[in-house]
Design a protein around this ligand. Sequence first.
Ligand code: AQP
Length: 338
Amino acid sequence: MTTQKRIVSGIRATGSGLHLGNYLGALKPWVRMQSQAQNFLFIADLHGLTTPEHAGNLATNTREIAAAYIAAGIDPAHCVLFAQSSVKQHTELGWIFSCITPMGWLNRMTQFKDKAGKHKEQAGLGLYAYPVLMAADILMYKATHVPTGDDQKQHVELARDIAGAFNRAFGTEIFPLPEPVIQGQAARVMSLRDGTKKMSKSDESDYSRINLTDDADAIALKIRKAKTDPHPLPATLAELESRPEADNLISIYAALADTSREAVLAEYAGASFSTFKEKLADLTVAQMAPITADMRRLMSDAAHLDAILSRSAELAATEAEATMRQVRAGVGLWSAGD
Ligand code: AQP
C-alpha cells in the first residue's frame, strides 16, 4: 500500500445497537470520505468489554455493526472492515503504550469521569485505560485522519500525544500524528429527552435515541415525543443558543438533509414543533428505512458477513504485524536473529 491519506476509526460493539448519533457523527462522514483514502474501519469488540453490562453477545453485535457499516454505504471491497479482537497486535501495542502513558493524561479524560460517575472505585481498569488501547487501534495503521463524533476528540488528541511520546522516547518516527476530523451539523447529536446530554447507546431510556433498527412507527413516535419548548421555531441561530432541544432537532434535520442549520431555519422559522416534527420524522424515516432494511438483509447471511470480516482481518493483520516489527525493534524487545 502506498502512503496517502489513511483513515482509521471504529464503533464500540455493545448490546444495544447503533443510533442516529453514531450514524450522523461517524458512519455518514466515513461514507463520504472513503473514496479519498485508505480506510481501516473496525468494530471495537474489545472496547465492548469495558462495560460488561453492555457487552452482551459480542459476536452477534459485531456482525450487526458490520452490517450497519455496509448498509450505510461503506464499501467492503475498498475498506478494510474488521473486528478489533481478530488482530491480536492491538492488545500488544496497547500494552506497550500503557507503559509510556502517564496516569495524569488518563486522569484528564472526561469520558471516564462521565461513564464511571460516582462509582470510580468500582470501575474496571479497562474502562480507565481504554483510550490507550484506542491509541493503539489508531496508530497501528499509521492513521493520518480519524473521523469521529465530537465526544471522541479528546481521545484522538491523546493518541497524538502518545504517538509523540513514543517517537521521542525511542528516537523513532514510526508514528505520524493523526488529525481528528470532526465534521458536519451533527458531530454531537443530543438525547431526544434532554438536549444537554449526548445521544448514547447506554442511556436507560429508549426514547432518548433513534436506533438504526427502529421501524418507521417507532421513529415517528420518538420524534413526536421528543422534548421541546413551547415556542415556535426561531429565525436565527442566535435564538437557538438557549434552546438545546430545538437546536438538536434542527441540527439532526440539517445533517440528514445535507444542508445548514441556517437553511433549515429559513424554511421553518415561525412553524410549530408539531409541524416541524412531522417533517423531521418523514425525512428520518426516508433515510433510515433503506439502511435498516439492508441491515436486516445482511444480518440474515452471517456467513457472508463473516467472510468479509475474515478477509479484512487478514489484510489488517499484515499491516499490523509490519508496524509491530518496527515497534518491537524500536523498544528493544528480543527477536530471533537480531
Ligand atoms: N451522540 C452522538 N453524536 C455524534 N456522534 C456520536 N458518536 C457516538 N455518539 C454520538 C460517535 O460514534 C462513533 C462510535 O462511538 P462508540 O459507540 O464507539 O462510543 P461512544 O462515543 O461512547 O458512543 P455511545 O453511544 O455513547 O456508546 P456507549 O453508550 O456505549 O458509551 C464515534 O465516532 C463517536 O464519536
